[in-house]
Design a protein around this ligand. Structure first.
Ligand SMILES: CC(C)(COP(=O)(O)OP(=O)(O)OC[C@H]1O[C@@H](n2cnc3c(N)ncnc32)[C@H](O)[C@@H]1OP(=O)(O)O)[C@@H](O)C(=O)NCCC(=O)NCCS
Length: 138
């Protein structure tokens, strides 16, 4: 039987040691310590926790101006926990938390658009800069 995942929007008791295995595929992977700082500095987070292994297995974060706009920079489910609805549940819970903002934006690859459409979002064009050297400076 698959283990139940506990969802929380609190970082109470979360340590870097509970944040292994994320940033899959990144050229330069932020450390678990950096990851915790990212979560602490976010306006909102939702974590999916596997209590048996005491590990975070999925997370989503949002940053915001606190008035009109919220942006979702990161969503990831650990590779060994994908395909069982955790990413959808994290997104659903985050969109519920952000529901009173005028604009809620996500940048994603075109292949991910179906996933976000199923979560109630609309496709749009976007622009970006990525600076891998910045990860090393953190
Ligand atoms: C995207 C991600 C968070 C989904 O998490 P998950 O827990 O596996 O998601 P769910 O089980 O709720 O939903 C799975 C659905 O997501 C979609 N999906 C997941 N990864 C996808 C990908 N790389 N391309 C296209 N669709 C994808 C599929 O439609 C899949 O549906 P299926 O189960 O019918 O195949 C996870 O694959 C992940 O962490 N990927 C790496 C990081 C990433 O790409 N994050 C998104 C940034 S915009």
């Amino acid at each position: 039987m698959m283990r139940a995942i506990r969802y929380t929007d609190s970082l109470d008791g979360i340590t870097p040691g509970m944040l292994d295995g994320f940033f899959d595929g990144w050229a330069k992977r932020p450390s678990p310590q950096m990851h915790l700082r990212v979560l602490q500095n976010s306006q909102s987070v939702i974590l999916g926790i596997d209590d048996q292994s005491v590990q975070v297995v999925g997370f989503i974060n949002a940053i915001s101006d606190g008035v009109l706009s919220a942006y979702i920079p990161l969503l990831e489910v650990r590779g060994d926990f994908r395909g069982r609805g955790i990413g959808t549940e994290l997104t659903r819970r985050m969109l519920a938390k952000l529901k009173d903002f005028y604009m809620i934006d996500v940048l994603c690859d075109p292949r991910m658009q179906g996933f976000y459409e199923r979560c109630g979002m609309t496709p749009a064009a976007g622009m970006m800069i990525r600076n891998p050297a910045a990860v090393a400076k953190l």
